[in-house]
Structures are given as C-alpha cells and as structure tokens.
Design a protein around this ligand. Structure first.
Ligand SMILES: Nc1ncnc2c1ncn2[C@@H]1O[C@H](COP(=O)(O)OP(=O)(O)OP(=O)(O)O)[C@@H](O)[C@H]1O
Ligand SMILES: [Mg+2]
Length: 248
C-alpha cells in the first residue's frame, strides 16, 4: 500500500476564514435542546433528545456511540443539510433556527467543509474541477481560484492526479481529494462522518494526521468515529446513546 502524502502537507495561510467575525470567547457552535424525530405509526420516533452543546473555535471533537445513536443526524444538523428539527442552533453567533433555507446555505457553504465516509466527489469532474467547487461559493475571482487550486494540489501532494477522474483514484486518494476540497476555501469547521471508515489503517492514519495539521493551523474539527484511535486525535469526546448525550 503506497503511503499517501500527508508528510508533505502544508496548511494554507492564504485567506481569512469565512463568515462573520466571532466575538472573543464566543462558541463557534451552540446547541440548545435540539430534538429530531420522525413520524412512526401514530406517534414519533426520537433520534436526538435535548442535545445541548457548546463547541469553541479550535476544538477537535469526536462524536462516538453505537450504530443508530444519532451521530450522522447530529452532523447533518450541524452542517445545515437537515432543517427539520426543534431547538436552538447558533453558528458563528447566527441563529440558524431562525434562518431561511437560503440564509442557512449562505452561512454554511463558505464556513463548513464536509467529509463523508463515501468520499462524495463528483465523478464526471476531474480532481482539479472538484477542488474548484467550494471556491465558487466564496466569490473568488477566476485567477485567484486557479491559484488556490494549484496551491491545494501542491500542498496535498496530488499535482500528478489533477486531470484524473475520481474513478481513476484509489479510495485513500479519493478521500485525500475530498479533504482537500473540504478545506480549500479555508472553512471555520470541518465536519467528518467516519472519514476513515472505508480506508485501510495506514491510509486512515494519513487522513487523521491531515486533520491534526489542519486543527493545529486553526480549523475546528468535528468527526464521527467508531475508532478509539481516531478519537484520540481529538481533545474531547461526546458520547451519544439513543439520541442522548450521555457522557463527555
Ligand atoms: N426517515 C427516518 N424515519 C425514521 N427513523 C429514521 C429516519 N432516518 C433516520 N432514522 C433513525 O435515526 C436513528 C439515527 O440514525 P443515524 O444515521 O444518525 O445513526 P448513526 O449514529 O449515524 O449510526 P451509524 O453508526 O450506523 O452510522 C436511527 O435509528 C435511524 O433508524
Ligand atoms: Mg452514521
């Protein structure tokens, strides 16, 4: 198994983080009494129960718990993919629970990078075209976009792969591109749902080392993981059981 490239990785120092400025000491993420349920027969089945959390900028948080505990559900609420929930969510000081779909998208797209277990690259775009997508959300001029893509290809050590399609890459390489894409626009936070779940252990370690480097450069990381060794990269673990936060 050839090693990936994280030893050559350099964090970006090129652009200011996206989104409104945060007051000193204010949490990046504040959840209060967040509840999520689905209709079931005549009643409802609850997936998240009274979840209240503060996450400060610069944290590296691991969310753990058994299958079905609500981990991915919580991450999709944090990522603002899911709007059907109750309670309060403040992101960068903004009340997400009161925002329209359009306002949520304007807030989340530049500020949040997402990494999925299944990579979710666009198969009919090349590596460099995939990397360009998040820059389009930040109104970056074309020449600067090209420079940022070239810089990311270089920092992640994937210049030689730039014209290949995702189907021509290994799983580990695809996840590396997915992490590059999630970080290229310098988001405040990276949300990662079992990012190493489909990778061999050495590739998984490379991805975790990348997260560590990004976190040391100031990016907040929130990962869902079943792995104790991945969780150990974080500074804090949140345990979910049946939708309840049971332990920190
Ligand atoms: N549309 C739906 N209707 C009813 N229940 C749902 C629906 N979508 C999700 N659920 C339930 O929500 C619960 C939490 O799902 P979620 O995907 O968040 O779990 P998870 O902790 O990420 O699990 P895993 O570790 O297996 O990925 C599950 O019990 C699931 O069955
Ligand atoms: Mg899940």
């Amino acid at each position: 198994m050839p090693a990936l490239f994280s030893s050559r990785f350099r964090p970006s120092r090129s652009s200011e983080p996206a989104g409104p400025a945060l007051e000193p000491g204010a949490p990046l993420i504040r959840l209060r009494d967040v509840e999520k349920s689905h209709p079931a027969g005549t009643g409802r089945v609850y997936v998240l129960r009274h979840v209240s959390l503060d996450i400060q900028p610069g944290e590296f948080v691991s969310i753990m718990g058994p299958s079905g505990a609500g981990k991915s559900t919580l991450l999709s609420i944090l990522g603002m993919f899911d709007g059907a929930w109750a309670g309060e969510y403040h992101f960068l000081g903004q009340p997400v629970h009161r925002l329209s779909v359009r306002e949520r998208s304007a807030l989340s797209k530049p500020a949040i990078g997402f990494v999925f277990q299944q990579y979710h690259l666009l198969d009919d775009l090349t590596v460099q075209e995939n990397l360009d997508i998040p820059l389009s959300y930040r109104d970056v001029p074309k020449r600067e976009r090209q420079a940022l893509v070239a810089d990311a290809l270089d920092r992640f050590g994937i210049v030689g792969k730039k014209d290949l399609y995702p189907g021509q890459l290994s799983g580990g390489q695809q996840q590396l591109v997915a992490v590059a894409r999630a970080t290229i626009a310098n988001p405040r936070v990276i949300l990662a749902d079992e990012p190493t779940g489909n990778l061999h252990s050495s590739q998984g370690r490379e991805i975790m080392e990348l997260f560590r480097a990004l976190n040391e450069a100031g990016t907040t990381i929130i990962q869902v993981t079943h792995s104790e060794s991945n969780a150990a990269y974080g500074n804090r673990t949140i345990q979910l059981r049946d939708g309840w936060v049971v332990d920190e």
